[in-house]
Design a protein around this ligand. Structure first.
Ligand code: SIN
Length: 310
C-alpha cells in the first residue's frame, strides 16, 4: 500500500481524492481531464433521463469565501454518461456515476440501465439537489427518501451510495441515519451537497449574484467546511456498516486530513476544483502526503475516524 492509497467498497484507489459531482464532469473531455489528473477517481455530472440545459445564466459565482450556484442539473442525459462508463478504463481509475432523476421512476429506469450495462461503475444516487424549481430535496423528506432507497435497493440490487444534503439538527442526523441503516445496499454516504438556498448579495450593485430563483442557490467552499465535517462525523458514527465520502470546503491538504479524521474514506473537491482546475489534485496529494507523514500515519485509512473528543 502506498502512502496515499485509499479504499472504498473493497476497491483500491491511488489516493482518496476526486471531484464533487457537478464540477468539471459534464462533458467527456472534462472527464478525460480528470482521468489524466492526479485524482484517484472521478464522478460524472448528476444525470437525468433526458438531457437538460439547466437554469438560466449566470448560475455560478465565486465569492471570497466560496461559491454559490443554481445550475439546475444541466447534463447530457444518462446514456451519455453510461457510454463514457462503457469506454472508461475502470482498472486504471475507478469511475462513479451520479444519478439524479427528477422522479422515483426516472431513477429506477436509470439504475436498471446501469445494472444492465454491467460495467464496474459505482453509483452515487443524488438525493440532495437544491436547485430544480418545484423539486424539493428528497433527503429532507424522510418518507420519500425511504421509498427511494427501498426501490433503488430492489431495482439496482447491488451496493451503491447516496449524496446527502447537510443536516443541522441532531434529531435529523438520527432520523436520516435510521433510514439509511435500513438499507444494507446503501454502502456509502457522501456528505455533503451544497448548503441549499442561500443568498449572496453584491452591495455595489445592490443585487443578487446569480439569476435563477431570485438569486437563491447552494453554497460551497469555506462557508461549508464545519457543516461538512459535522455531517461526515455524524454519519460515520451512526452508520458503522457504511463508508463515508467527505465533500465540502476542501482547498488544501489540511481540509482533506480533517475529512479523514472525521471519518471519510474518500474526499471530493468542488469549489476549489472549479476555481483552480484539475491541477489541484497534484497539489492536494502533495500536501496530504506531507501532513500524513508528519503526523505518523501510514496512509489515509490509518487516519480515518481518528478524531478525538474532549
Ligand atoms: C445543480 O446542477 O444544480 C447542482 C446539483 C446538485 O447540487 O446536486
Amino acid at each position: 500500500m502506498s502512502l496515499l492509497s485509499a479504499s472504498l467498497l473493497g476497491i483500491e484507489f491511488a489516493n482518496p481524492l476526486l471531484n464533487a459531482s457537478g464540477v468539471h464532469c459534464r462533458y467527456h473531455d472534462e472527464l478525460d481531464a480528470l482521468f489524466q489528473s492526479a485524482a484517484g477517481s472521478l464522478v460524472t455530472k448528476s444525470c437525468t433521463l433526458a438531457p437538460r440545459t439547466g437554469n438560466p445564466e449566470p448560475r455560478y459565482a465565486a465569492t471570497p469565501l466560496g461559491s454559490i450556484n443554481s445550475m439546475g442539473l444541466p447534463n447530457e442525459g444518462y446514456p451519455y454518461y453510461l457510454d463514457y462508463a462503457q469506454r472508461h478504463d475502470h482498472a486504471a481509475k475507478p469511475l462513479f456515476m451520479s444519478v439524479a432523476g427528477l422522479t422515483l421512476d426516472d431513477n429506477m429506469q436509470m439504475l436498471a440501465a446501469i445494472r444492465e450495462a454491467a460495467r464496474p461503475v459505482i453509483v452515487e444516487l443524488n438525493l440532495s439537489c437544491p436547485n430544480v424549481p418545484g423539486k424539493p430535496q428528497i433527503a429532507y423528506d424522510f418518507e420519500a427518501m425511504d421509498r427511494m432507497l427501498e426501490a433503488a435497493s430492489r431495482v439496482y440490487a447491488q451496493p451503491f451510495g447516496v449524496k446527502m444534503p447537510p443536516y443541522f439538527d441532531i434529531a435529523h442526523f438520527d432520523e436520516a441515519a435510521a433510514v439509511l441503516n435500513r438499507y444494507p445496499l446503501v454502502a456509502f454516504v457522501t456528505c455533503i451537497n451544497s448548503i441549499g438556498n442561500a443568498l449572496v448579495i453584491d452591495i455595489e450593485h445592490e443585487s443578487v449574484v446569480i439569476r435563477p430563483k431570485d438569486g437563491f442557490g447552494g453554497i460551497g467552499g469555506d462557508y461549508v467546511l464545519p457543516t461538512a465535517l459535522a455531517n461526515v462525523n455524524a454519519f460515520h458514527r451512526r452508520c458503522p456498516a457504511k463508508e463515508i465520502i467527505g465533500c465540502g470546503g476542501v482547498k488544501s491538504g489540511a481540509e482533506v486530513f480533517m475529512h479523514l479524521l472525521a471519518g471519510a474514506s474518500l474526499v471530493q473537491v468542488g469549489t476549489a476544483l472549479q476555481e483552480e482546475g484539475p491541477g489541484i489534485f497534484a497539489r492536494l496529494n502533495a500536501e496530504l502526503a506531507e501532513l500524513l507523514a508528519r503526523k505518523g500515519y501510514a496512509n489515509p485509512q490509518a487516519a480515518r475516524g481518528k478524531l478525538r473528543t474532549l
